[in-house]
Write a protein that binds this ligand. Structure first.
Ligand SMILES: *[C@@H]1O[C@H](CO)[C@@H](O)[C@H](O)[C@H]1NC(C)=O
Ligand SMILES: *[C@@H]1O[C@H](CO)[C@@H](O)[C@H](O)[C@H]1NC(C)=O
Ligand SMILES: *[C@@H]1O[C@H](CO)[C@@H](O)[C@H](O)[C@H]1NC(C)=O
Length: 323
């Protein structure tokens, strides 16, 4: 009984430490960095929104990307969600938006941000084993109420009637013997392949990033060094480099705190084992003493035996050592 009480106390301490420290350790292990492509989406949203000097509904405004992202094109269009749903948009760059587009959560005005990643496509959306025949084009929907907002989440956008069409225009020639496919990356980085509608047209029912790819003739053999690290983490010069360093430091801090927590746990365990051993010895001594007493009792005679049994259950000896 005392043993289990003591054990419970120890267990509580261990659990407390576990819950207190574990989130720090775990967050370092399972989610070291947001995906570079998502960080890029946030940057491009910010720069696309800056294109609205005197926003006019339903008109595309081309934005200017920061110099370290030269080669990427962005554009933004602000719409009332009701009119987007009823009328669609016949052309927004390569995209044709049909009637019946819905968003979640509902907003009165939304902004569609267009991206053409150009020569940065493979940097941010590497697809081992495939050849890009067109640049990555992105279409993302945002709450359009506050045009100075940055770091805002995408809305869910989906086509409830017809599909959104993407006409890629001129694409690279399809290598002989290969089949071109539409590739669609959702916002979690999951890629899906579908058939082309025609030579250079893809369709989608959701937002995301799109391109036309061909499976490369050589199976994905020349990628042995990077199977566990699918993102080659583009070597951007400016802000994210600092962030990477910061996160490295946090990683070290996480490892140190994790190590400390482990050390504390180990110490507690050893302490507990030591106490358990000591307690066991006391038990043995107790039992030996009891046996001696019982022996004396029987020698004195059967009449005094009940009293002897009474003294046996007295916990005095044990409680002196409790806790
Ligand atoms: C893309 O091209 C631009 C010049 O047009 C260049 O500055 C940039 O470094 C290129 N990006 C990549 C990833 O090659
Ligand atoms: C859209 O943005 C406006 C202004 O920031 C905010 O008041 C509103 O709650 C936002 N709507 C949604 C659905 O987030
Ligand atoms: C995309 O592909 C995954 C499997 O690769 C599948 O589970 C998922 O349903 C697909 N999504 C769509 C919208 O087709």
């Amino acid at each position: 009984m005392h043993m289990s009480l003591q054990f419970q106390t120890q267990a509580k301490i261990v659990l407390f430490i576990y819950f207190f420290w574990w989130p720090i350790v775990e967050s370092q292990v399972s989610n070291p960095l947001p995906r570079p492509a998502r960080a890029l989406d946030a940057t491009l949203q910010d720069y696309a929104f800056r294109a609205f000097i005197r926003p006019r509904t339903g008109v595309p405004f081309d934005g200017i990307v920061p110099p370290y992202l030269t080669g990427i094109e962005i554009s933004a269009m602000r719409l009332r969600s009701g009119s987007l749903y009823r009328r669609g948009v016949p052309t927004f760059k390569e995209f044709t938006l049909p009637v019946g587009l819905r968003e979640q959560p509902y907003v009165e005005r939304l902004v569609l941000v267009y991206q053409n990643l150009g020569n940065w496509s493979t940097t941010y959306y590497s697809l081992p084993g495939y050849i890009y025949l067109a640049p990555i084009l992105g279409l993302l929907a945002y709450n359009g109420s506050d045009l100075t907002a940055s770091n805002i989440p995408e809305l869910d956008l989906w086509a409830s009637e017809e599909a959104i069409r993407i006409n890629f225009g001129r694409i690279s020639p399809i290598p002989v013997g290969l089949v071109a496919k539409c590739a669609w990356f959702d916002l979690h980085g999951q890629v899906n392949f579908t058939n082309l509608l025609s030579g250079n047209v893809c369709s989608t029912t959701e937002q995301g990033h799109f391109s036309i790819v061909a499976e490369s003739a050589v199976p994905p053999a020349p990628v042995p060094p990077a199977p566990s690290e699918p993102e080659p983490a583009p070597s951007e010069p400016t802000p994210s480099g600092r962030k990477k360093n910061e996160s490295k430091i946090w990683g070290i801090i996480g490892a140190v705190t994790g190590g400390t927590a482990l050390l504390v746990l180990l110490t507690l365990l050893i302490l507990w084992a030591w106490r358990y051993k000591k307690r066991k010895r006391i038990r043995e001594l107790e039992r030996a003493a009891d046996a001696g007493e019982a022996l004396r009792m029987t020698r004195i005679g059967s009449m005094r035996a009940p009293f002897a049994l009474g003294t046996r259950t007295m916990p005095n000896f044990e409680s002196d050592f409790g806790v």
